[in-house]
Design a protein around this ligand. Structure first.
Ligand code: NDP
Length: 273
């Protein structure tokens, strides 16, 4: 990944350009809170918004996009099909609901939120159908482990373009990263800031002083230098702005390696086996 600026992109395996930096909106409340967060982010240069039907804020995200007056093709919008909506027909229905709430004609990326056992392969078929119909520019998965991806690839016509997973210095999942790289599946981080707790990690604080940045900026820059797309969430303008100030410094390879060594396979959200 060549890191240029806030609007820099990775090219997915179907040649769709995905901005490697975006705004997460999990827990941004529907209405004024999410509208203001997304509008502000777009105003200062963010071009990628990550929502999900489960977040109950797609309507607000859609209003913010419209009010921002940015051309549709210049923003990258992701949503996800929730667990209770999985299966072929339900997924198509859920997708149409999301599109309606967002008031959009198409999505840039649609993900299977979690691998619901017994259903996720049917769900994938629905995503392939919607992709072929041109309703989604790229399709992918979220929270898939290697065994889920292997199982999916047995019958999938289209290899997922993205796998969005929990990723931060305490949870790197190197085997999964390698598997995705080998199969051209772009890795994307959720909870990159360890839900706001990254400033409790000594090494990250030390590096923040060294690079004259704050701990949140250090870890987000580390995501990008590892080739991982990242979508930190904040609903506060000052933080939305500060989290994006990561394009004017570079972490040395030695320091990237030091951060990598913090990995202890520790999840914030226990994996629902
Ligand atoms: P993050 O690691 O992005 O942390 C978000 C928390 O950090 C919020 O409480 C926020 O508070 C706080 N925060 C943000 N910036 C700063 C800052 N500069 N200084 C101090 N605190 C800060 O966690 P998320 O779980 O939200 O993950 C990011 C996104 O990933 C989500 O919003 C969602 O879009 C996606 N996601 C996907 C999942 C999946 O299963 N596919 C699961 C979970 C998340 P405040 O808002 O008050 O600033």
């Amino acid at each position: 990944m060549e890191i240029t600026d806030i609007q820099g992109c990775v090219t997915l395996h179907n040649n769709v350009e995905m901005p490697y930096f975006g705004l997460g909106v999990f827990k941004s409340h529907e209405g004024e809170e999410v509208i203001n967060a997304v509008k502000y982010a777009l105003e200062i240069g963010y071009r990628h918004i990550d929502t999900a039907s489960m977040y109950n804020n797609e309507k607000g995200v859609g209003i913010a996009i419209k009010q921002s007056n940015i051309k549709r093709e210049d923003v990258f919008i992701t949503s996800k099909v929730w667990n209770s909506d999985q299966g072929y027909k339900n997924t198509i229905k859920a997708f149409n609901n999301s599109l309606k709430k967002l008031a959009l004609e198409y999505l840039d990326l649609y993900l299977i939120h979690w691998p619901v056992i017994g259903l996720y392969k049917e769900t994938w078929k629905a995503l392939e159908y919607l992709y072929k119909k041109g309703k989604i520019k790229a399709i992918g998965v979220s929270n898939f482990l290697i065994n889920h991806l292997e199982e999916l690839l047995k019958t999938a016509e289209i290899v997922p373009m993205v796998n969005q997973v929990e990723f931060h210095p305490y949870l790197i999942q190197q085997n999964l990263l390698d598997f995705c790289a080998k199969n051209n599946i772009q890795f994307e981080a959720w909870a990159p800031l360890m839900r706001g707790n990254i400033n409790k990690v000594d090494l990250i604080n030390t590096l923040a002083k060294k690079y004259n940045k704050n701990p949140f900026q250090v870890v987000l820059r580390w995501n990008l230098q590892k080739g991982v797309v990242t979508i930190p969430k904040s609903s506060k303008p000052v933080r939305i702005h500060s989290n994006a100030q990561i394009f004017d410094f570079e972490i040395s390879p030695e320091d990237v390696f030091k951060i990598d060594r913090l990995d202890k396979n520790e999840r914030i959200i226990p994996y629902p086996a």
